[in-house]
Design a protein around this ligand. Sequence first.
Ligand code: SAH
Length: 250
Amino acid sequence: MTEIELIVDLHRNSERQGPGSEKETLKALDCMDLPKGRKLRIADIGCGSGGQTLTLAKRLDGEIVAVDLFSEFLDELNEKSGKLELKSKITTLQMSMHELTFAHEEFDIIWSEGSIYNVGFKNGITHWKDYLKNGGYLAVSEITWTTNSRPKEIDSFWKHEYPEIDMASNKIKILENSGYTLVGYFYLAQSSWIENYYKPLQARFKEFLERNNNSELARQVVDDHKFEIDLYLKFKDYFSYGFYIARKNE
Ligand code: SAH
């Protein structure tokens, strides 16, 4: 297996592939004043195995197109939506978010938790706007500084990993300059990282290594994730995922 295949393998059979919670998904949804009396059309970009997709499907009357690059995650989502009798509300689509083929003003809502970094925040919100109806809503979570200064170690790490990392005020400015009006902002609780994401991830390390014959590359993948977790635990007061909810201007 290649490194990327191993990373996908490590993240299989889990509720989520990034930090988050049902409560926070619903909190973001509650910021939206959605049209009533007709079915909504929603895109969930970088849905993974669909933690947030299922939450949205339970709450909303409409159809969700759940997009991810990897069929492994989409297969899991299909299995879960079948068991929960939500299949009629969720259509999975294997596609890269670099090459989306949605129609002009197709969606009432574009959702993306812990994924927009793959195309970059500014690039993503600019391109995805075309797929949103006028007055439609965007909900994205994005790595964000939570304080205006921080230790050099974490500052350098993130500036190298993801140069677009910034404070919420600057991300909001980007949204406002790109034709959106902010309707809500909050950042994810530390429990959404630790209890909902990192602890279940750590609990999968042993079996992951066993099924991959403890290969050098598999050990490297685990070490990289351990490094990320340690860094989070050390510097968790300085960054989180900011959740940005915005309305496309008419
Ligand atoms: N929204 C999910 C998954 C977040 S992890 C959750 O919060 O649990 C990021 C997701 O983006 C992964 O599922 C990964 O497979 C997907 N991804 C990575 N690159 C992608 C791309 N180019 N196009 C579509 N999805 C991508």
